[in-house]
Design a protein around this ligand. Structure first.
Ligand code: GAP
Length: 674
């Protein structure tokens, strides 16, 4: 019941999004395309505001982050180095009949009766048998010759009675063909018929689950369809067995057919660069924006005059051929990411410079960045900074959830990852009825893995030189140097061993790890990285779900009406202010309203509306989520002299109205929307 209510909530949201022009199905006039969505006029504004705010908060407002805008298609080597070509895959199971795939970990349990078969034989149809026998009789009647021919004809009469299949004709031919070269017409007829009607035998097993109570014929029909696809003509099913199953996850939820074993399926969209579609020209649509940041790390470092610790932020499209796009825009095949790669010193370098690495509590904001922060403090800092960002655009902390990945869930190179979740209407409840939420953003501590991989694959150095470290190292006591050297060496060796090429020997790995640790002593290292990676579209969906509110009122005559309001935070609201002349047929009111519109327009998205009653116009803006409406009335024109050049400002969320001078309007609104 509860789930139904939540689905209903999603249905209402989807319907409002379409009706008010937030989100449309891509290619809708052609029936849509699964996993792709378009943003309509209000959605486009909302999205733009969200991206602007992220960019502003993460780059322009900070001294230690630079921006990047890289291409979607990059050298395929990038995806080799990052591991996406080899490992960016979901484990999938396939319906052998419809070829539809499902994620192995997302098969809904099903119960019913399973019919299984060990294979199928080709058989002749009744019609084919009747026609064959009629023709055979003719051939036999026209046979002429000696006793041998008669014997042959008598033997062939066997084919006129009893069960018949191509196998039986073949056995006859095998037995008689060589002996009766004198009767070509019969042999020729049988050979031609067998050749034409030859089918295939299939020994592939097949199983299908049908609901209890359905007749076995429905299972047989599905099985025959499967064997027909295997080129078995008119299949005769073999070895039928029947079994009751409960809550099995081995059958396709739509077809009921037994699923194949799980196999990896790469999620990257492939294309070809240039006119030749060969393996040499394969390229991929990026599945994340992050890798471009790593690939351009050195260029940005050199041109932005930044020093570690610093970050590079990027917003852009990403593409994943998700097997089961679902929950509206939540899991799409084309989406946008807002990613920051924040490069930090390895802990050994921090310790060498500052004597120790600061420890901070695992929860709460650790405060302003400090020079003695290691990866753990930076990671905690970014988790809390990102939560602040969400709070700042209207997602209160209680609408969010957190998931700290367990050791089993973490990638082998990652030290920690915290997912920030949002409690969507479709988010599942646990047994106690609590909703954890679904992922909005992941904040990962990725060690030096990414830059190290690009260094190895490109052959270009990705390390930095840190003169503070070099100077500090020289002053360290020998034991401290040895201790730090050993720890750094072990970390590098661990990484190099894990990612070793098949031809790399342990000696080569040790040599490389030694060189890396010697480098540290000279002030060189590959920076580590903290990665806050957010999805724009998921955030848009969260903001829409969070803003959606409805209220039903019943008037004195018992007529009820439901009013929808999108309570967006003014910072993200698609339209910031509606400008409404009280009456559209009063030129002075209209002229003044247009003046107000033009006064505000350079600063924010303004919607001028003079159509319909003022109540209707407010309601329209409420549905669009416009936080403020400004009405120009006769007092604005000086009907009451003390109110000359003032307007009424109406607040969306409580309908409150107050009077404000036009000269103060712009600054007032800016203070609310920034
Ligand atoms: N560079 C790290 C990375 O890409 P991810 O967890 O795969 O990590 C980061 O993706 C964010 O991108 C997710 O938290 C989510 O918000 C968004 N995202 C990922 N796949 C998505 C999809 N299929 N549809 C919409 N958003 C997606």
């Amino acid at each position: 019941m509860a789930e139904q209510k939540e689905n209903l909530q999603m249905e209402k949201i989807v319907s409002l999004c379409k009706r008010r022009g937030f989100i449309f199905q891509s290619s809708e006039i052609y029936g849509g395309i699964n996993g792709f969505w378009d943003y309509g006029p209000l959605g486009a504004e909302l999205k733009r505001n969200v991206k602007e705010l992220w960019w502003h908060t993460m780059t322009r407002q900070r001294d230690d982050v630079a921006g990047l805008e890289a291409t979607i298609i990059m050298s395929p080597q990038i995806w080799k180095a990052s591991g996406h070509v080899d490992t960016f895959a979901d484990l999938m199971r396939e319906c052998p009949l419809t070829k539809k795939r499902v994620r192995a970990d997302q098969v809904e349990p099903q119960s019913g009766i399973v019919y299984s078969y060990t294979g199928a034989n080709s058989t002749l149809t009744d019609n084919e048998i009747v026609n064959f026998r009629a023709d055979l009789k003719n051939v036999l009647a026209n046979l002429q010759g000696d006793d041998n021919v008669k014997t042959l004809a008598m033997a062939a009469e066997d084919l006129l009675y009893g069960p018949l299949n191509v196998g039986k004709i073949r056995s006859y031919l095998q037995e008689w063909q060589d002996k009766w070269v004198g009767s070509p017409s019969l042999i020729k007829y049988l050979e031609e018929f067998a050749g034409k009607h030859e089918g295939h035998y299939s020994s592939d097993s097949f199983a299908v689950l049908i609901p209890t109570g359905k007749p076995p014929e429905s299972a047989q029909k599905i099985a025959q369809e499967f064997y027909r696809q295997q080129r078995v003509r008119n299949p005769e099913l073999l070895g039928e067995e029947k079994k009751k199953v409960d809550n099995s996850i081995d059958f396709h939820p739509e077809s009921g057919v037994g699923l194949t074993e799980a196999r990896p399926f790469n999620l990257m969209f492939k294309t070809y660069v240039g006119p030749v579609e060969s393996e040499d020209n394969v390229a991929y649509l990026r599945p994340e924006t992050a890798q471009a940041i790593f690939a351009q790390f050195k260029n940005v470092l050199e041109t932005s005059r930044q020093k570690v610790p610093f970050g590079i932020g990027q917003i852009g499209k990403a593409f994943r051929n998700e097997v089961t796009p679902r929950n509206y825009t939540f899991r799409s095949r084309e989406f946008e990411q807002m990613e920051l790669e924040f490069f930090i010193k390895p802990d050994e370098a921090v310790e060498a410079i500052h004597g120790s690495v600061a420890t901070v509590p695992e929860t709460g904001h650790p405060g302003e960045p400090q020079p003695n922060w290691g990866w753990q403090a930076w990671h905690q800092y970014w988790v809390e900074e990102r939560v602040r960002f969400y709070e700042g655009i209207g997602l209160a902390r209680e609408t969010l959830g957190f998931h700290r990945q367990t050791a089993e869930e973490l990638a082998h190179y990652a030290r920690a990852c915290v997912d920030i979740l949002f409690k969507f209407p479709f988010s599942k409840k646990d047994e106690q009825g609590n909703v954890a939420g679904d992922e909005l953003e992941g904040i990962a501590a990725r060690s030096d893995f990414d830059l190290s991989q690009h260094q190895r694959f490109s052959g270009k150095p990705m390390g930095v030189f840190d003169d503070e470290l070099r100077a500090a190292w020289a002053k360290l006591p020998k034991e401290k140097q040895d201790d730090l050297w050993r720890r750094f060496y072990e970390n590098r060796k661990k990484y190099l061993t894990k990612m070793a090429r098949p031809d790399e020997t342990p000696e080569q790995i040790q040599k490389q790890a030694t060189e890396d640790a010697n480098g540290l002593a000279k002030g060189q290292y590959i920076p580590h990285v903290i990665e806050p990676s957010a999805g724009v579209d998921r955030l848009i969906l969260a903001l829409i779900a969070n803003a959606y509110s409805e209220a039903t009122t019943t008037d004195a005559k018992g007529k009820s009406e439901t009013i929808f309001t999108m309570k967006f935070h003014p910072r993200v609201a698609p339209i910031k202010v509606g400008v409404l002349p009280l009456l559209k047929n009063k030129p002075d009111l209209v002229k003044k309203a247009i003046e107000v519109r033009d006064l505000l327009r350079p600063w924010m998205n303004v919607y001028y509306d003079d159509g319909g009653s003022i109540g209707k116009r407010y309601a329209r803006q409420d549905e669009a989520g416009t936080p403020f409406c400004v009405t120009i009335d006769f007092d604005t024109l000086g009907e009451k002299p003390e109110l000359l050049d003032t307007v009424t400002i109406r607040y969306r969320d409580d309908g409150r109205q107050e009077r404000l001078k036009i000269s103060e309007l712009r600054d007032f609104l800016l203070s609310k929307i920034r």
